[in-house]
Design a protein around this ligand. Structure first.
Ligand SMILES: Cc1cc2nc3c(=O)[nH]c(=O)nc-3n(C[C@H](O)[C@H](O)[C@H](O)COP(=O)(O)O)c2cc1C
Length: 145
């Protein structure tokens, strides 16, 4: 069994509403739990950045399914890595709305990883995206402690 982490960026459909996120979150939480998928989905400025962790075949199948979803477009693979430990083990899918709480700490963290204060995952490297999501997860853990 090979565990991988796949990270991609995409453009959300223009008319996406809050209830669409809730629907995505509900589906993801349920099906990911059944498939032992964990990860994080960050939305901001009309873009998605998502990390999917799990068994290689399962993650691949899910990514192909997600890439076909009409709620977003221009899916761009940023990185695929074999991993020995998961970064998001406690979440079947943690959804973070970047626009919701753009704190100074979050912006500094984004600047550290991407060189910009704008959330623009389509222009991040795979390494930058992985580091950013890892730190975002750490910040979320502090909030929920
Ligand atoms: C940005 C985005 C992220 C998504 N993430 C997941 C996910 O992590 N897990 C999941 O099962 N579905 C996710 N979905 C939904 C899938 O694309 C798809 O609708 C869902 O798997 C149900 O597929 P089905 O209707 O073919 O069964 C996501 C959709 C979008 C637009």
């Amino acid at each position: 069994m090979h565990t991988i982490r796949l990270i991609y960026a995409s453009d959300a459909r223009d008319d996406l509403r809050y209830r669409d996120f809730i629907m995505i979150m509900d589906t993801a939480a349920e099906t990911n739990r059944d498939r032992a998928i964990t990860g994080m989905l960050c939305y901001g400025g009309g873009q998605f950045l998502q990390a999917l962790e799990g068994e290689r075949l399962v993650v691949n199948a899910l990514y192909h399914q997600i890439a076909k979803d009409p709620r977003h477009a221009n899916c761009q693979l940023l990185s695929v890595e074999e991993i020995s430990t998961r970064d998001f083990a406690e979440w079947s899918m943690k959804i973070v709305d970047w626009n919701d709480a753009v704190t100074a700490a979050r912006q500094t963290m984004l600047l550290r990883h991407s060189g910009s204060r704008q959330f623009d995952p389509a222009h991040m490297s795979g390494q930058q995206a992985a580091g950013f999501l890892r730190d975002l997860a750490a910040m979320e853990r502090l909030l929920t402690e």
